[in-house]
Design a protein. Structure first.
Length: 57
């Protein structure tokens, strides 16, 4: 069985804005650029999954 990452990100639209959210509770700022919201979500997920010492596992 595939286990879901604790940091599952999504983007939602509210009017002319896109908002990135994560299953951990993180929420990005509202953006007019959907690509920017998706990019911030991907950056959050990648940094949250990285080891704290900065070294690959």
């Amino acid at each position: 069985m595939h286990q879901q990452s604790p940091h599952h990100t999504t983007t939602t639209e509210r009017g002319s804005f896109a908002i990135a959210r994560c299953s951990c509770g993180w929420t990005g700022p509202a953006r007019r650029s959907r690509e920017k919201a998706r990019s911030e979500a991907a950056t959050h997920a990648a940094s949250a999954e990285a080891p704290e010492d900065g070294k690959p596992a």
